[in-house]
Design a protein around this ligand. Sequence first.
Ligand code: ATP
Length: 248
Amino acid sequence: MLLELIGLEVAYGGIKAVKGIDLAVARGELVCLIGANGAGKTTTLKAVCGLVYPRAGRVYYDGDDITGTPSHRPVARGLAMVPEGRGIFRQLTVEENLAMGAFVRGDRQGVRRDLEQVFELFPRLAERRTQSGGTLSGGEQQMLAIGRAMMSRPKLLLLDEPSMGLAPLLVQRIFQTVQEISREGVTILLIEQNARLALEIAVRGYVMESGTITLAGPAAELLADPKVREAYLGEIVAAEPAIERDRA
Ligand code: ATP
């Protein structure tokens, strides 16, 4: 396993946001963590990155216990996070933002190559390479945030709600690209409220509710699960008609 959470518990003062969850991501896997607003998904990611200190449980990354390790260390070891709200540098150009992602790398030629690769993945960014980040649309900023994370050559890419606030067509584009990045061998943990799209591209998924994992399994099984379909895919799952049942 590249990432393994065991009995992870995180609290904000008296509020338990994550209540002892187990979650694992194998090398090369694309795993999604879905759940409603406030379920504790972002807090889980923050615990992986060392942005919040867990009250209990362990975080293992690439064979090491990194529980509570300050965030810069895992980052230097190939863990990249694309936060909700993107967090790009508004004053810097697209190219400069991408260069910031490669800050910890020494291989200049490799950085150049990866820059071109990001521009291939996101042609829109190539067109706007000299524009400042703040002038980009929401979708382009999301592309830039993902591109910047790619520039650090991550082993593990953590994506927090890449679909947030984007028009459906752009969401499709972003998810296609996430799938392409996964095919290139990058391990991905994707956090999403858009359960359908996330489960369609992921190999496995976890469902989080009020700080606990309530369901886990292959993404195709979760997509077919009546509980998931009803609660997260907005479908009305046909139940036994009440009248028929009462008559029987
Ligand atoms: P979202 O989709 O909004 O990001 P989420 O599933 O990621 O939701 P979290 O952001 O992890 O959920 O929040 C889990 C719980 O912890 C919520 O009840 C939230 O109000 C609470 N919470 C999150 N951050 C803080 C904080 N800094 N201080 C206090 N409570 C917090």
